[in-house]
Design a protein around this ligand. Structure first.
Ligand code: FMN
Length: 159
């Protein structure tokens, strides 16, 4: 069987709803990088592992490849503009973005519904992406926080 074409792949996968996160890393010079990522999943409870998939062409890819840690901010339903900004190649993503620094020093975006700080424990090839596995060192969540949803190419809210 031959693989399906990109449009069919996107069409089918678009039915699958996901949350929206911003993944942040820092390089050796302390510069912040961040990118909107929906390819985020929990992997294991003991040890506590999560994964994010980072495209090879993403600006953040080099910094993720060299980093020891990454952080995840799970965006709230009113943070669509932030999701857009951190997906926009031309945006100065951290300018005007309110964030605090976690214990790892990584940027955690204000107003998110949950935060994770992770030590990178494995990187796997996944086609044109790298599957980055992180051990969760710190996690926090806002009570009753409502997450932003992405499905069929649109941002949505839970009913
Ligand atoms: C809702 C949404 C989810 C995204 N999820 C991912 C993802 O999981 N992995 C990824 O590599 N890029 C993802 N992207 C694309 C990046 O956020 C970004 O737009 C792309 O890498 C271009 O930015 P760059 O110029 O900094 O590379 C997503 C974009 C959007 C809008």
């Amino acid at each position: 069987m031959t693989p399906i074409d990109a449009a069919t792949f996107r069409h089918a996968l678009g039915r699958f709803p996901s949350g929206v996160t911003v993944v942040t890393v820092r390089d050796d010079d302390g510069r912040d990088f961040g990118m909107t990522v929906s390819a985020f999943a929990s992997v294991s409870l003991a040890p506590p592992l999560v994964l994010v998939c980072i495209g090879d062409d993403a600006t953040i890819a080099g910094a993720v490849g060299a980093a020891g840690h990454f952080a995840v901010s799970v965006l709230a339903e009113n943070q669509e503009a932030l999701a857009q900004r951190f997906a926009d190649s031309d945006a100065d993503r951290f300018a005007g973005t309110e964030f605090s620094r976690g214990e790892t020093g990584l940027a955690l975006l204000d107003g998110a519904v949950a935060y994770l700080e992770c030590a990178i424990v494995a990187r796997h090839r996944g086609g044109d992406h790298t599957i980055v596995v992180g051990e969760v060192l710190l996690a926090s969540a806002v009570e009753d926080g409502r997450p932003l949803i992405y499905q069929r190419g649109e941002y949505r809210r839970m009913q």
